[in-house]
Design a protein around this ligand. Sequence first.
Ligand code: ZN
Length: 217
Amino acid sequence: MTISNLEEIKCPKGHTFQAQLVSAISVSDNYELKEALIAGEINLVTCPECGQMFYAECFILYHDSQNELISFVYPLSFQDQATQCMSKMKKEFKLALENFNDKDKITYEPILLFGIEDLVSLLRREQDIGDEEAVLTHLATNLKLNIVKIAPSIARKLAIPKLMPFCKNSHDFSEKSLILGLEGLIKHNPNLEHYVNFFKKISKHKNMFTEIAKVIK
Ligand SMILES: [Zn+2]
């Protein structure tokens, strides 16, 4: 689902024209829409006067319920008003939640971004992580690994993949079995950049496993 409005915009050379701009996107049941966004095709406009192509800046509300991602994307020019945008976002989000039924209540927090390019890079990063998770799933049996999953919004907050390998020889998911699992995975495929970073992070920050353990059921 998308909502778009006819807006008056200005090209970098100062020509004014009208274009249909997307202001709300819900991608949960529309993978093509997400692809178009990742490809940088949303709100990319061409000035009819000088032919210049550019991103028209406007507010966008982005929602992907499957990936637990709600983002309020303000135009780049609002960056110096971050504090005001943050409180506006919190207020509007609270109001919006009141309209949901209890069972649909969203338990994750919205993310504040500036400029559509920031949203695109966030989505690209998560797509890369998703690709690495697919590799893990594919290799798990051969490498004798079990997988545990954490909620996408929590994985995003901790900046780690949501699928975690742990060594099958140990019965429980523990810090040791997770580190062994990660070691086994990246030894087999050192190109899994996000898992390599995760391994470095968990080896360095002693309290990281405590954070993860808290959200594993
Ligand atoms: Zn122009």
